[in-house]
Design a protein. Structure first.
Length: 277
């Protein structure tokens, strides 16, 4: 895909992500006492968080596409957090519509497949904006691939001003580059927005040592270090995203988005979740 000046991930960062991965595995990580971590998270008012949603999260109980009722519930969760004084931005995936990796596995050119996946994330971002608007939350969609008739282009300073004015910003089209996941886009945008926490909403209440749906005895972790996530290849986010969050000292909270009110609790350092720091 042609690079768009000002919107594409810098080449230097793309090249260095692999280096950061090796650094993360080879260098030890100190994990702060969980009590201290929760105390730091308890300062709710004025916090800026980024919520990472998978495309599948918008499906609800459907097998494909978008469930408007479920998206409206997510919007209400976000509204509750904003009403408490936090600033919220989002990155959403596109797997409920099209996943680039799957397209490539079936013979498509990977770059072209990833571009299709980026467009799917913009569709999801617009669906979230519509639900937020209906909930009375002022929001903006910014795309890493410029499409001026549909949404704003990604401009960092403009996005920060939106957040400062109480608006929710939804980032679409990933990083704007193929071969990068929306997990990496989430870590990148959280770094650019100076977020105090990256939240990953899932269907389970944290990170487990095995799939809790298949193993009733699976152990849930209360806290993990970035190093442990990378070394043990735990299913939190992809390695590039974990490395980027570590370099910028952004804690990652993994929680169950299906539990009503849990997002607001996690931002306060309460509730059930796994903290990666």
């Amino acid at each position: 895909m042609a690079s768009q000046s000002g919107y594409a991930l810098p080449i230097q960062m793309a090249v260095s992500l692999q280096f950061l991965l090796h650094q993360s595995i080879n260098r030890g990580t100190h994990v702060a006492d969980i009590g201290e971590e929760v105390h730091q998270l308890s300062d709710f008012n004025g916090r800026r968080v980024l919520l990472k949603l998978s495309g599948e999260a918008l499906m609800g109980d459907r097998a494909y596409g978008i469930d408007p009722i479920y998206v409206q519930r997510i919007a209400r969760e976000i509204k509750t957090v904003i009403a408490e004084g936090a600033q919220v931005c989002l990155v959403v995936g596109g797997g409920n519509i099209f996943r680039g990796v799957s397209g490539a596995a079936e013979g498509m050119d990977r770059a072209a497949a990833d571009q299709m996946g980026m467009l799917a994330t913009v569709i999801n971002a617009l669906a979230l904006k519509n639900a937020l608007d209906d909930a009375g939350v002022d929001s903006r969609v910014q795309s890493a691939i410029p499409m001026d008739n549909v949404c704003e282009p990604f401009i960092r300073n403009r996005a920060i001003r939106h957040l400062q004015k109480g608006r929710t910003v939804i980032f679409g089209a990933g990083t704007g580059n193929p071969f990068f996941t929306t997990d990496t886009a989430a870590a990148l945008r959280a770094s650019e927005m100076n977020c105090t926490m990256l939240m990953k909403g899932t269907k389970v209440d944290g990170v487990y040592d095995s799939d809790p749906a298949k193993n009733p005895s699976a152990k849930r972790f209360d806290r993990l270090s970035y190093h442990q996530v990378l070394a043990d290849d735990l299913n939190v986010m992809d390695h590039s995203a974990i490395s980027l969050a570590r370099e910028n000292k952004i804690p990652i909270a993994v929680f169950n988005l299906n539990n009503e009110g849990m997002m607001a609790k996690v931002v306060k350092g309460k509730g059930t979740f796994t903290l990666v720091s």
